[in-house]
Design a binder for this molecule. Structure first.
Ligand SMILES: Cc1cc2nc3c(=O)[nH]c(=O)nc-3n(C[C@H](O)[C@H](O)[C@H](O)COP(=O)(O)OP(=O)(O)OC[C@H]3O[C@@H](n4cnc5c(N)ncnc54)[C@H](O)[C@@H]3O)c2cc1C
Length: 444
């Protein structure tokens, strides 16, 4: 996805591109064909609502920028309500044909096993969640083992403004921290014994997903799914991530909780909080139901749900600059899922930016900063600095990544707020696209 879009954008700007793809010579457990831009699982680009949905807004921005992935998806769209679903084979075949027939693009079928040196010129690594072993090793050698993950163990992320603060309270365990901000860094949700027991029952009963063949994970300490912890013993969680010690309920100071669920700030804006230690293999429907049993989270809206998947990604907030370049080797850019965005659309979007940035560099220009108020800019800012590097996990685009706007509360207020976000984003994106000289477009 990202590599195809990046190649297209750079070539459309007039810059020659060599696109290396290891398939079909070297396969992965998820891909089935040798086509470029193969959709490995769902055939959906998710919501196409560009007024009320952040991923729909990203579609809009990609269309405005002449995106190859989105325009080909539009050509091969299938009826899917408000979603943009596509005929996956026709889609990938057309992308492959358009890239292979572009006069400025050469497609080479080979595996890249080492980081190209500066002589190669600007390089974009967009090898995705299933980056081949040799290249992953080379990346780890350059960035440090700690900066490359092979699984994402994602805890659910909640929009702060959907938490009931009449129940939850802000406090770090044992009030640790030098500043008031640090002493109140966590959001705490208390449980009585009865609530805890009901929660454990629901967790044990919930439907779970299985690993695919070839994806098997050895769970490592500190990364066990909560349901696996609960299977090991009903009290395990209240001695682990749900331990109630060092915390005093500010609403009911005399009441000792049996267990406390903690949420930690997930972005610099303070609009998103992740549920600490709650990585899970529960199915999405079950997660929403079970997590809304947590006192204070009854009406929680989830920016993303939890999961554990095979996924290779780098610690972008520490490794990449605002131009998506590797700080230690600035001739190399990263794009796509390997940068810690999640999903076909987000990956293609980061490819679009990386392709344009690399092309501008070849032409001796630097693109102006991508506006933070756009979906593109919000995602880019998140991965290159806004996210907490210590807990960095792949992220879908969502309005929690945007600078907040004021609007009424309730359902009506939410719709109003989304419209303000999307109007603001569209204006900023239009301005960005026209703020630099249009580049020569070559024939398709
Ligand atoms: C099992 C699975 C299911 C998924 N399901 C969904 C879903 O339903 N919806 C969704 O939105 N997202 C899904 N994703 C995430 C999805 O993979 C990404 O969103 C998207 O494909 C990532 O785009 P990308 O361009 O970063 O990587 P990819 O689309 O994977 O492209 C990377 C390309 O690089 C090639 N490559 C890897 N290593 C090398 C190398 N060393 N040399 C040369 N080429 C190499 C690969 O063959 C691949 O073609 C899923 C991911 C996985 C692993």
């Amino acid at each position: 996805m990202a590599g195809s879009e990046a190649a297209w954008q750079a070539a459309q700007a007039g810059v020659p591109v060599v696109l290396h793809e290891m398939r079909p010579k070297v396969g992965t457990f998820a891909h089935r064909t040798g086509n470029l831009a193969e959709m490995v699982c769902s055939n959906s680009f998710r919501s196409d609502d560009d007024e009320n949905n952040a991923v729909g807004l990203l579609h809009w921005e990609m269309r405005a920028a002449g995106g190859l992935i989105i325009s080909t998806a539009d050509t091969h769209a299938l009826p899917a309500g408000g979603a943009l679903a596509v005929d996956r084979e026709a889609f990938a075949e057309e992308i492959t044909r358009r890239l292979r027939s572009h006069p400025l693009i050469e497609v080479v079928e080979d595996e890249i096993a080492a980081l190209p040196g500066p002589d190669a010129g600007p390089v974009i690594i967009a090898t995705g969640p299933l980056t081949s072993g040799a290249l992953a090793e080379a990346i780890a050698a350059e960035t440090g083992q700690q900066s490359l993950a092979f699984f994402d163990a994602i805890a659910p992320i909640v929009h702060f403004n959907s938490v009931d603060m009449d129940v939850a309270w802000m406090q770090s365990r044992y009030d640790k921290g030098e500043t008031e901000e640090e002493r109140t860094a966590y959001l705490n949700c208390p449980m009585t014994r009865e609530q805890y027991d009901t929660f454990i029952d629901a967790l044990l009963d919930a439907e779970k997903t299985e690993f695919r063949p070839g994806e098997t994970a050895q769970y490592f300490d500190g990364c066990l799914p909560i349901e696996v912890m609960a299977e090991r013993g009903r009290e395990t969680l209240r001695h682990g991530p749900m331990k109630p010690v060092g915390l005093t309920n500010s609403h009911k100071p005399d009441e000792k909780a049996c267990a406390v669920v903690q949420l930690r700030r997930d972005n610099a804006l303070g609009t998103l909080y992740n549920i600490v230690g709650f990585q899970t293999k529960m199915k999405h429907g079950a997660q929403t139901r079970v997590f809304r049993m947590i006192p204070g989270l009854e009406n929680a809206r989830f920016a993303r749900l939890g999961g554990i998947h095979r996924n290779t990604f780098i610690n972008s907030p520490t490794l990449l600059d605002a131009q998506m370049r590797l700080r230690s080797k600035p001739h190399i850019r990263f794009a796509g899922q390997i940068t810690g965005v999640e999903g076909y659309v987000e990956s293609a979007a980061m490819g679009l930016l990386a392709g344009r940035m690399a092309a501008a560099e070849v032409q001796g220009r630097t693109l102006p900063q991508v506006p933070e108020d756009t979906a593109m800019g919000a995602l880019l800012s998140h991965i290159t600095g806004g996210a907490d590097a210590k807990t960095f996990q792949p992220m879908n685009v969502n309005f929690g990544l945007f600078r907040p706007v004021e609007a009424r509360g309730g359902r009506k207020g939410r719709k109003e707020r989304y419209k303000i976000y999307t109007d603001r984003a569209k204006a900023a994106w239009r301005e960005w696209l026209t703020s630099f000289e249009p580049q020569p477009a070559t024939a398709d």
